[in-house]
Every structure is written in structure tokens, then in C-alpha cells.
Design a protein around this ligand. Structure first.
Ligand code: PAF
Length: 315
């Protein structure tokens, strides 16, 4: 990536709509607006349109600062160059269905959610050539109260194309736009592999922490090793049918490493279960279950975890 380039030298302006006022939505909204990009936030109806500010606590600081909140208007969606969808995986299809009539065919849709299977649900609402990207983030961010977040961990943004075509110039400009706002961001020509790796991590850490009400690091206890092994073996078998190859030892090591690196964190699913919110299990272990059925592969542990978590919260 050439440092001398600016996003505006390319055919990509900086009219951005961020959809979703959760921790990740506000994190990107905040950093985009600090860059003077033309950004607005499409919050859910639970946030009144008369709310004019949000609070942000920067990484390694303790002071909360208030910032102006720019609500999305219909015209913002119609003109958007980039629409960053930061809602939960189970909300994405409804959101895209509602926005689709307003979205221009060249707008770049960026999906940021846990799990997989959303792209398959939303693509039918958009033209076949619509550029759709996946965004994976390892930034840590906590929502303290509605419209108040703390940036708890500096991470990385990985993006890559799922649908449509983008010129090399546009890809460069897009990567730069993210990098200027919240470094580091990297573009991947095969984001599918990265999505699968994240999925495998989530298939292990999320349901185990949620069911046992434990912090991420405790997943590495020896007593969970047989379960972790079975979950990963099933993920690997299904992934192979989808064209993604993992080595068990390497994958086990990565999952172990993420649990260690985020040892004191509460996984998103554990937080959802505690707060009695709907979880993303259908797009995590549930996704493995669905692909297992499609390919005739038994996914006993992933199916059991999907059912257990679903019974706990989603009914
Ligand atoms: O969902 C989560 O909480 C995160 O993706 C992960 C990696 C499990 C860390 O907490």
C-alpha cells in the first residue's frame, strides 16, 4: 500500500453510513467522524432521533468525552459510498431488506458481525453485482450504556470482498480509509479463510463460556480439551467440504492462543446469555450444524451446543 495515496484521489468519496449503535458500530462511527468523513449513524428505533450526542472513552484512558451524533437521513443512504452494517448476525437480513430499495448499486456494503451465513441471507435483496465485503475486527470495545462505549483493546480490521468487483484503486482507497480512521486495516483477497478461522474460534469459546458462565481463559482448562477437540474436528470436516483446509494442531493452537490473549474477557455470547438477549449461536455452531446436514457430516457437539444455547435464551 502506497502511503502517499489519499482516499480522495480515487473514485471513492467518504460518504459513510454506519448501521447499528452497538459497541462495534459506535467504535467505527467515532473513528470515521474524527477523520471528517461525511458519516452518519443509523441507530435502532430505541434511540430517539432527538439524541444528539454519544460518549467515547479512548483506549487506555478513563475520561469519557461527549461527541456529536449525526443521525442517518434517507438521503444519506441514497448517497452513501460505504454502508457499514454493524448489527447482530440475526438482524442483518431484516436491516438489508429495509434499506435495499434506497441503496445505490455501486455502494459498498460492509458486513461486520460474528458467525457466518448472513451473506447467503442478504444477497437476494441486492443486485447481483453489488459490492459486498466482510469485515472482521479484533478491536475490543465495551458498551457501558446506550450510546456510550470504551475502546478496551487495540486490534486489527480485516476486510475482503464477498460479492461483486472493486477496482484495485478502490480497494486501495477503501483500505486507506479504514487505516486512516482506525489502524491497522488490511485487505484480503481470500477473506473466506479468515472468516472460517474466526468461526472456529467462536464455535469453541462462545458456547463454552456462555454455558459454564466463565471467562475466555478458562476454556483452556484440561477438562474442556475433549469437547474442544470434538468441536474443532467437526468444524474442520465441514470446512473441508466448503473448500477450506485446516490442520487440527494449528487450529487448536490458535483457539488456545485467543482464549489466553482474551483470558479476562467475557465472550459476546456469555454477555448475551447473562443479559437474556438473543445470541448469535445460529450463525456460529448452528451454521456448522446446517452445513453438516447439507454435506451429510455428523456434527454432534456443534449441534448439541447450538440446541443448548438456543433453549437457554432464544425461545
Ligand atoms: O465473540 C466474542 O466474544 C469474540 O469473538 C471472541 C474472539 C470469542 C473473544 O471474546
Amino acid at each position: 500500500m502506497k502511503n502517499s495515496l489519499t482516499a480522495s484521489t480515487h473514485n471513492l468519496s467518504k460518504r459513510i453510513v454506519v448501521v447499528g449503535q452497538g459497541a462495534i458500530g459506535l467504535l467505527y462511527y467515532h473513528h470515521f467522524s474524527q477523520q471528517n468523513y461525511q458519516v452518519s449513524l443509523q441507530a435502532s428505533t430505541s434511540i430517539s432521533s432527538s439524541t444528539t450526542s454519544y460518549s467515547f472513552t479512548a483506549y487506555n484512558t478513563t475520561t469519557e468525552h461527549n461527541f456529536l451524533l449525526q443521525h442517518t437521513q434517507t438521503v444519506d443512504i441514497q448517497n452513501a459510498d460505504i454502508i457499514l452494517i454493524c448489527v447482530k448476525s440475526y438482524q442483518a437480513a431484516v436491516v438489508i431488506e429495509q434499506l435495499a430499495p434506497l441503496i445505490k448499486p455501486k455502494s459498498i456494503i460492509v458486513l461486520a458481525h460474528n458467525g457466518m451465513g448472513v451473506y447467503e441471507e442478504i444477497k437476494g435483496y441486492l443486485p447481483t453485482t453489488q459490492p459486498i465485503l466482510a469485515l472482521l475486527t479484533t478491536h475490543g470495545c465495551l458498551r457501558n450504556k446506550p450510546l456510550a462505549i470504551t475502546h478496551t483493546g487495540i486490534g486489527k480490521t480485516d476486510i475482503g470482498l464477498l460479492n461483486g468487483n472493486l477496482s484495485l484503486d478502490t480497494i486501495e482507497a477503501l483500505t486507506l480509509l479504514f487505516n486512516q480512521a482506525i489502524p491497522v486495516a488490511e485487505y484480503h483477497h481470500n477473506i473466506n479463510n479468515k472468516q472460517w478461522l474466526k468461526l472456529a474460534i467462536n464455535c469453541v469459546i462462545n458456547p463454552i463460556t456462555a454455558l459454564h458462565n466463565i471467562e475466555n481463559g478458562q476454556v483452556n482448562q484440561y477438562k474442556f480439551t475433549p469437547l474442544v477437540t470434538k468441536i474443532l474436528e467437526e468444524v474442520i470436516a465441514v470446512a473441508k467440504k466448503e473448500g477450506v483446509t485446516f490442520s487440527f494442531d494449528k487450529l487448536f493452537e490458535v483457539v488456545h492462543g485467543v482464549a489466553t490473549a482474551t483470558a479476562k474477557n467475557s465472550s459476546s455470547m456469555r454477555c448475551d446469555v447473562i443479559a437474556k438477549r438473543v445470541t448469535e449461536i445460529a450463525y456460529i455452531n448452528g451454521y456448522i450444524h446446517r452445513l453438516g446436514e447439507k454435506h451429510g457430516i455428523a456434527t454432534v457437539e456443534n449441534t448439541r451446543l447450538w440446541q443448548q444455547i438456543t433453549t437457554l435464551t432464544d425461545t
